[in-house]
Design a protein around this ligand. Structure first.
Ligand SMILES: [Zn+2]
Length: 352
């Protein structure tokens, strides 16, 4: 059996068969002589023969694209990553949602995670157990994604970004209505409503929101342009203008419009701007700007329901409020649950 120095922050081994499930800022499953790693952050200790799976295109999950060996993700995840980073990815094979990949007796299935275009959970079947790694999940339908569905598994490895009871999100429709009402009101007051959101996922949901519910032109920060194209390629109907295009810059200068940009963008748009954020953290934010609790993650209750529906024997919880969620899973669901060390949590103002 291969030994991985340092890969022991949690480790579950079945010595008779040589299976191993371990965590080091990413999930490792070693069975039948195959090593699979999902969303690894540290690549130094990874043997080149390991197969890397990337769950989605947010930068805290995509370090694995730098691995020398074989890498797999959905083609949408690769396209969005390439649009954001202009990075060519070699030694890559796409994995389709709901399709199985078999490697020497180990099966890997990518399942919709509902978090952003192309986002996947990975369900791994080894000869002795089934392991579901969720990556980031969202359990409600949005204008650009379908809700993630739970799957039966022996071992569940799940995120807990909003795994505290203080995070209970209002319905999507209520939040959508609030964003549109606010934008229209700001325009009436002579401002350009500027929405600060993550460049990949939330930004495209915002573009779609204004396309569907208003006739307002949507101008975007050029950084969003390539990701919007990847969504269009993925079958989403989005209409937008980049602020560095002739038409986009003219509209932004003088017409009623909405501007969608990244969380940290403070550049002047040359007109009076009304700024707002759209993030799950809005429920715990204090500040002068408007903030809408629109999240691409499951809230606390959704996480608990999801875990229950997977019927796991063991639950490992990473990132965010892992310890709070662990306590609830243990006390309310009676499941064997452990928190694993945090991966780098996205920061609200981090651009990617
Ligand atoms: Zn994410």
């Amino acid at each position: 059996m291969t030994r991985f120095k340092g890969w022991s922050q949690f480790r579950r081994e079945s010595p008779a068969r040589g299976d191993k499930v371990a965590w080091l800022d990413g999930l490792l499953v070693a069975a039948s002589g195959v090593t699979i790693v999902m969303d690894p952050v540290k690549l130094r200790k990874l043997p080149e023969s390991a197969r890397v799976f990337v769950s989605h295109a947010h930068s805290d999950h995509t370090r694995g694209f730098g691995h020398k060996g074989l890498k797999q993700s959905t083609v949408e995840t690769k396209n969005i990553h390439s649009a954001l980073n202009r990075q060519a990815i070699s030694n890559f094979t796409a994995i389709d949602l709901n399709r199985k990949v078999s490697v020497d007796g180990v099966e890997i299935r990518a399942l919709n995670a509902g978090h952003m275009l192309g986002s996947a959970q990975f369900l791994v079947h080894t000869p002795t157990s089934s392991i579901l790694y969720t990556g980031d999940i969202n359990c409600v339908d949005t204008l650009t994604t379908k809700a993630a569905e739970p799957h039966r598994c022996d071992i569940l490895v799940i995120e807990a970004t909003y795994g505290s009871p203080i995070y209970h999100f209002p319905s999507r429709e209520t939040i959508y209505a609030g964003v549109v009402e606010w934008a229209v009101e700001m325009i009436k007051q002579g401002c350009v409503p500027c929405l600060h959101v993550y460049a990949a996922g939330k930004a495209q949901e915002m573009v779609r929101l204004f396309n569907v519910y208003t006739h307002l032109p949507v101008v975007v920060n050029p950084r969003l342009d390539g990701v919007n194209e990847a969504y269009r390629k993925g079958g989403h109907s989005l209409n937008w203008l980049a602020s560095n295009s002739d038409d986009g810059s003219k509209i932004l200068e003088r017409d009623p419009c909405v501007y969608i940009t990244t969380p940290g963008d403070r550049r002047s748009i040359g007109r009076k701007a009304a700024r707002a954020f759209a993030t799950g953290w809005a429920l715990s934010m204090r500040g002068r700007n408007a903030a809408f609790p629109l999240s691409s993650h499951a809230d606390f209750e959704q996480l608990v329901s999801f875990i229950k529906a997977c019927h796991p024997e063991e639950v490992y919880i990473f990132t965010g409020f892992a310890e709070e969620l662990r306590r609830t899973v243990k006390s309310e669901l009676g499941l064997d649950a452990r928190a694993v060390p945090m991966i780098n949590q996205r920061k609200l103002f981090e651009d990617y």
